[in-house]
Design a protein around this ligand. Structure first.
Ligand code: NAD
Length: 462
């Protein structure tokens, strides 16, 4: 008996109805006690997702976009409250960016060759269930953005979020499953466990049903994923320098750099973490930062106190990460004006506040004797992460030289770093930048495998 489209739909609906009863405790869609159960549920959901048309996947993604916008403020507040990092206003903007500019199914494309010997296609197929490890710096942004891309590619996803951001991550996972159910899709397109730990992460990484792992975080997690024996997408740490040469519009450079550096209190991995400027423009640059961009110039003594507080015992003090400039200054006994946005100072590239990826609005400025020296120092400061770098220059030869030398996934020219995420710049948005493994800014197509589909001697109709 031929199987009609209606019959397929009925079977799909029946499977989905059973799954919802079995797997989803009310109000907690996608949240499980046990990692193995979470993976099992995501696997069942993927069986449904892979039978869905691209239109059906897109319908869910459209609903996810709507829900992110409706919940942008709740997610932003929750993220700041739970992690103690970042600021609500910028986090709202980040969620709108995810909703508006994360690619959906349009990113899944086909390559075709047709000729005398037939028709060959390269199709982008799903991996199945993807494992994803997410950071506390952009918790819900990463969960939402990853799921949209992974679902567009026909996958479902099991998250092991950062334990410090579990409540926010679970809220986002709930929204994703609600969007799927409301759009006629299955529950558990995204799942997690109530208490994510290194142990649950290990279970996930070793599980036979996980064929691809996307790790967004510092060097430890990327190395762990790349040692797992599975295919890994490694979105690791950065320490992006902003280079300013003598041809730059210095006033605009000061504004762009401070705007980028202070966005969400410097949490984004792409944000300006230090400046390298040629000697002839350093004073002017700092002048504009101080007079027009609400910066605070830290004295030598204040720098030393900041080192003691921010890098207590030589280790990054997590209580300082993602804090605003005024709070950081109050921690060292300085009552700064209420509008203070960024702490600046001039220092050598080896200064601990310059060489370390701090993720807070402290911006060291390194003086270079000329452009070549600036490039050399900036490359050193990027630490070979190949993540992000920025430049303010009107000399295209200089820009080209820097781009080749620093070899990063992102290079913003004459703008704030966040324009690389499509915010005030062209292009799509992502919060997983695969710097270590080379995929660069991830999108739906990154989460698919290439499948060659060959018909010999037919279907060429030229
Ligand atoms: P983190 O490395 O502390 O944690 C990230 C995630 O990895 C968390 O879920 C954590 O629980 C997990 N983790 C850490 N070590 C692990 C291990 N050995 N095995 C398994 N899981 C492990 O990072 P964070 O503080 O949450 O985020 C900030 C860091 O992430 C910064 O270094 C930043 O540059 C980087 N980051 C990179 C990107 C990118 O797209 N490249 C995006 C955001 C953040």
């Amino acid at each position: 008996m031929p199987i009609s489209e209606n019959m397929v739909q009925e079977i799909v609906q029946e499977v989905m109805a059973k799954m919802q009863i079995a797997d989803a405790p009310a109000g907690k869609h996608g949240v499980f006690k046990d990692m193995n159960d979470a993976i099992e549920a995501a696997k069942k959901a993927q069986l449904v997702v892979k039978t869905m048309s691209m239109d059906q996947r897109e319908k869910i993604i459209t609903c996810i976009r709507k829900k992110i916008k409706e919940n942008a403020e709740v997610l932003a507040r929750m993220g700041v409250e739970e992690t103690g990092m970042g600021n609500v206003g910028d986090k709202i903007l980040k969620h709108h960016l995810v909703a508006d500019k994360t690619p959906g199914t349009e990113d899944i494309t086909t390559t075709a060759w047709s000729g005398d010997r037939g028709l060959t296609l390269i199709e982008m197929g799903p991996f199945g269930v993807i494992g994803a490890i997410t950071p506390c710096t952009n918790p819900s942004e990463t969960v939402l953005c990853n799921t949209m891309g992974m679902l567009a590619g026909g996958n479902t996803v099991v998250f092991n979020p950062h334990p410090a951001a579990v409540k926010t991550s679970i809220y986002a996972i709930n929204l994703l499953n609600e969007a799927s159910l409301e759009s006629g899709g299955p529950d558990n397109i995204a799942v997690t466990v109530e208490k994510p730990t290194l142990e649950t992460s290990n279970i996930m990484m070793k599980h036979k049903d996980i064929h691809l792992i996307a790790a967004t975080g510092g060097p430890g997690v990327v190395t762990a994923v790349l040692s797992s024996g599975k295919r890994g997408i490694g979105a690791g740490a950065g320490n992006p320098p902003a280079l300013v040469d003598a041809t730059a519009d210095i006033r605009k450079a000061a504004q762009d750099i401070v705007n980028g550096c202070t966005f969400d209190n410097n949490l984004p991995c792409i944000a300006e973490k230090e400046v390298v400027a040629v000697s002839s423009v350093v004073d002017e640059l700092m002048h504009y930062m101080l007079t027009e961009n609400d910066c605070y110039l830290a004295s030598k003594e204040e720098q030393d106190k900041l080192v003691e507080t921010v890098l207590a015992g030589g280790k990054l003090n997590r209580k300082c990460v993602g804090r605003d400039a005024k709070t950081l200054l109050s921690m060292i006994g300085v009552q700064a004006p209420a509008n203070t946005r960024c702490i600046i100072f001039e220092g050598p590239k080896e200064h601990p506040l310059i060489t370390t990826e701090l993720m807070m609005p402290i911006l060291g400025i390194v003086r270079a004797k000329d452009f070549d020296d600036a490039v050399e120092q900036a490359v050193w400061l990027e630490h070979g992460n190949r993540h992000s770098a920025h430049i303010h220059s009107k000399n295209i030869d200089n820009i080209t030289k820097y781009a080749k030398a620093i070899d990063t996934a992102i290079l913003v020219k004459n703008g704030p770093s966040y324009s690389a995420l499509g915010f005030g710049g062209e292009g799509f948005c992502t919060f997983t930048i695969a710097s270590r493994t080379g995929e660069g800014l991830t999108s739906a197509s990154t989460f698919t495998k290439r499948r060659r589909c060959v018909m010999t001697d037919s279907l060429c109709i030229r």
